[in-house]
Design a protein around this ligand. Structure first.
Ligand code: 5AD
Ligand code: SF4
Length: 335
């Protein structure tokens, strides 16, 4: 596909053909399966100050929380009892949890439950990533957020894009399944940056690709900016599916925040993963990265039911499998 064709698709020149092709490719690899990942957001503290994010350290309006080992294990137990086979452990960048503390959490879960563990804890040293891999972590998510150097450095003060890329490569060297992605519609980004992202993420041969619209948060310097265009994100899902047939692609909760029904639509245009939050009710709404995050109560009185119903309504089947990356299995065969 040429850049000109990608641009045409992104601007909606042929949604019918794009979405149908993406769904056909998705079905060839994953059939109608939708994998579930139970996410535990165990701390909303963050030492970074990203201009777009509600967890930024300079947001004084947010009540902060941390979960202890017992609480995390309880959530992990809830995820396993519901039948889900992957746990995602996510936080802001919170140095309160030492490398050893995180390793203890991973080993404690792994010794009790046979389940895949995905980490999403931000940038750390190679030694930390290695310790956690040795403790049993299987996968790591670290989005590159934007491929526009200027908006990246403006939106993430004090951080360096190359260092984030290095983290991704280190994680790959350590044999994690790696996931990355972007926000679409970050202030300062243009459609050219989305095209660049689609190209560059594709050549990275990622196991997982996570994308969502930027959603303006009123407790951040980006309050009042326009949200990302949900239709463009749907087109990006479809393009990424076509270009990366074997990648696990979640339909993210930001889709739902930006447009009710957006997450369900994502499944119909190439996404094959849903990540319901199992963060305890009493703190879940405090994990307020963007408005609306965790407000739609995935795990309500009916348990997982609302998510399962949504998947079926979209026309797909819930898979309880671990949903390891088929790309990773292929890499192993070639060795
Ligand atoms: N809108 C949408 N997504 C956001 N994220 C952070 N802030 C926002 C926002 N305002 C995304 C980032 C981060 C992920 C956990 O949430 O891409 O990697
Ligand atoms: Fe922290 Fe991540 Fe939010 Fe940046 S995007 S402030 S690193 S939680």
């Amino acid at each position: 596909m040429t850049d000109a064709e990608i641009r045409e698709y992104l601007t909606g020149k042929n949604d019918g053909e794009l979405f149908a092709t993406a769904d056909r490719v998705r079905r060839e690899v994953f059939n109608t399966d939708v994998y579930l990942r139970g996410i535990i957001e165990f701390s909303n503290h963050c030492k970074q100050d990203c201009l777009y994010c509600g967890l930024r350290r300079n947001n004084r309006s947010i009540v902060r929380y941390r979960l202890c080992m017992d609480e995390i294990l309880e959530c992990a137990g809830d995820i396993a009892r519901s039948g889900i086979s992957t746990i995602v452990l996510q936080t802001g960048e919170d140095p309160f949890y030492s490398d050893a503390a995180i390793a203890d959490i991973i080993s404690a879960i792994k010794s009790r439950i046979d389940i895949a563990i995905t980490l999403s804890l931000g940038e750390r040293e190679k030694g930390s990533y290695k310790l956690w891999r040795d403790a049993g972590a299987d996968r790591y998510l670290i989005r590159l957020e934007s491929f526009n150097e200027k908006s990246y450095s403006q939106a993430r003060p004090g951080t360096n894009r190359q260092e984030r890329l290095n983290c991704l490569e280190t994680l790959r060297d350590l044999d994690y399944e790696v996931g990355s992605g972007i926000m679409i519609g970050l202030p300062g980004d243009s459609i050219d940056d989305v095209i660049t992202a689609i190209r560059k993420l594709t050549v990275m041969h990622l196991h997982m690709i996570g994308m969502g619209p930027f959603v303006a948060h009123n407790q951040t310097p980006f309050a009042g900016e326009s949200n990302g265009n949900v239709d463009m994100v749907l087109r990006a899902y479809a393009l990424m599916r076509i270009l990366n047939p074997m990648a696990n692609i979640p339909s993210t909760s930001a889709m739902e925040s930006a447009r009710p029904g957006g997450r369900m639509r994502g499944l119909q245009v190439g996404a094959n993963v849903i990540m319901p939050s199992f963060t305890p009710k009493r703190v879940k709404e405090l994990y307020n990265i963007y408005p609306g995050k965790n407000v739609q109560q995935d795990i309500d009185e009916d348990g997982l039911q609302s998510v399962l119903t949504m998947i079926e309504k979209a026309g797909y089947n819930v898979s309880w499998a671990r949903g390891d990356s088929p790309l990773k299995a292929n890499e192993k065969c070639k060795m």
